[in-house]
Write a protein of this length. Sequence first.
Lengths: 282, 543
Amino acid sequence: MKKENTIIVALAVLAAVIAATWLILVAPSMTGNDINMTKGVTQQSVDHYNLHMIVLWICAVIGIAVFTVMFTSIVLHRKSRDHKAAKFNHSTKAEIIWTIIPVLILVAMAVPATTALVRMEDSSGAEMTVKITGFQWRWKYEYLDQDISFISSLNPDSNKARQLGSGIMPESVDNYLLDVDNPLVLPVGRKIKFLITADDVIHSWWVPAFGWKRDAIPGFVNEAWTNIEEPGTYRGQCAELCGKDHGFMPIVVIALAEDEFESWVREQLAGKSQNDQQVTLR
Amino acid sequence: MTTEVSYDEVSDAHDAHDHGDHKPTGFLDRWLFTTNHKDIGTLYLIFSLTMFLVGGAMAMVIRAELFMPGLQLVEPDFFNQMTTMHALIMVFGAVMPAWVGFANWLVPMMIGAPDMALPRMNNWSFWILPFAFTMLLSTLFMDSGGPAAGWTLYPPLVLQTGTSFAFVVFAVHMMGVSSIMGSINIIATIFNMRAPGMRLLRMPMFVWTWLITAFLLIAVMPVLAGAVTMLLTDHFFSTNFFNAAGGGDPVMFQHIFWFFGHPEVYIMILPAFGVISEILPTFSRKPLFGYGSMVYATATIAFLSFIVWAHHMFTVGMPLQGELFFMYATMLISVPTGVKVFNWVSTMWKGSMTFETPMLFAIGFVVLFTIGGLSGLMLAITAADFQYHDTYFVVAHFHYVLVPGAVFALMAATYYWLPKFSGNMYSEKWGKIHFWLSAIFVNVLFFPQHYLGLAGMPRRIPDYSPQFADFNMISSIGGFAFGVTQLIFVGVVWHCVFRSKVKATPGVWEGSRGLEWTLDSPPAYHSFNTPPEVTHNMLSRAD
């Protein structure tokens, strides 16, 4: 096999491997389904999205390189093409190179990974605190600064439809399994600290748009924070197996502009003085 | 250069005194009381294939329920029992015993030993398993149902399991005893029973990877036993090891569990590395590239596996320094793993390749395991893991390293050595059909799960929002097809052992090297009663 032929075959294989990579990493998004991590609406979620994309593409390039060499060999170095086996069985130089290069790639990855992690773990300077307690199978939210607290459970429509043999099509229910009776209402543009714990078993509080999940563990109080940049409704779920209804304890956060949030707080406090702690949004 | 011993001389030497060898005649004598490494290896392999089908049937239940949104088939609690049992059975009942089965068959034949060092213990370590798994499976029929807290058995949730919990813990203890005895046996055999000339750094890679695996097993199975024992006493004897209200620590369980659990994943994959390092040279007709660095890379991976456990639990709330340490240590594992992949590709490079079924599975392994390894590197990035953790992205990752990883390597090993074990050739046509259907459907099954996880689907849920419907349906279709495809494997194995008319030669494959290929196919019931003289051309590595 002449050297030029090896290069031609390698280029053809490279094209095929790149096409295959495109087919599995990019093409499926054309079906209209989400196939990637959300960019979300907080600095953390954007950090994590960027980090994810950097590492994903580094991995894709490594994969493309390895598979191109491998499949070039599979095309060329086969007995059916009368290729005679070479005899070499090691090369110290090559082995040193492919130990050092991965180390350098890892160091390059570790830099943004460390920065993002340090940033995520810095919960200093929070302007309000919400305590989140996981129960089997609902969440309790306590606004420590505003003296508001309520329990948030799966919306009754979803709950009816999700029973075995209910006969209700999930598609006919709005936000099936991702809707609650009492959503958590938060202001945008304010650094909010969460104190996360649980009452019975371990749960995990996760809203993808905020960029993290944090375990809710009985006997522990975990800290996390967010600073939501855009008003909107953000949905998530319990992420740690917590028993039979683990799949049925969603999280809904409604992020309101600062003034709307303040009036919501006033409404809650007024409602609280009138009737019980039963709170509903509008 | 040492003298050459031909295949014929070696097998003739055995024919002279060894056939009509003292094989027990009665069924119970042969199988229940056996101390023969080949029979015990066969028992292990049959057992693990059975468990593979049982665990696979549970996976079918899971994929059927997840076929579309809404609950159609099973209650959520039963769904959780299925995910829990599927994992326990596949990890402890299918993959681990299968590797012990191959070790039993191959280690003595590869190092020129007549049998395992401790044959009676060998019998015991196998015969514990059917009882352990009967007990584990019986919990599904108890009033309280089987365990439903995931195979990771996290408290406090797992302590809500009913009376069946005691049976689960005892079953895990029995599996651990079996694994530890198996490992002691393998270490004793490798250290004491090598034929003259079979120096440690001349041993086949499969023997090396198993030696290291055996040390991992001895190190971590007692840790698991301790963890589940503490769960048992918390549940039944009012201790508070993991109960925060009594001064215990539920997170401590996770640390202990994953100190076992991370080496455990290498216990399942290191022997696979060994198998691939045997098969690629054979069908490339070229020695393994970088034998020495393969051995050191395996040892390095084994060492690192002890210091990365907390990457399974980044979200429990750790100090920043802890998170950084476990991130860096985890990223480091990709270096020796990368060395292995590069060495495999270099082994193929400029070879003279043919593509019989074992080679196809080995190549499938290298490609798909690499994909699983790369997604593992992504998961190591702690900050991003706060998104990935406990989603289908993780499910996709570990199934890529375990199914087209460990299981494909087991398939490759079966096609590669079954002609040696049985004396008959399998059907190459059906083997290839099995490979191609498996390779296609395993990707249809698991690749879309990456998308689901990234798009926000948590793992271990029986029902999901309709936005996840399309890829779940594709994944389920892939799952059913992959499941049915494995029945072809059962058929091929059955045909090879009982029906095939094509006899295997001692070498079986044109490029095969190693002591096991100097024996007849099938080898005599007692082989290497006299230690062989190990010569250069018998070795799978070039000196």
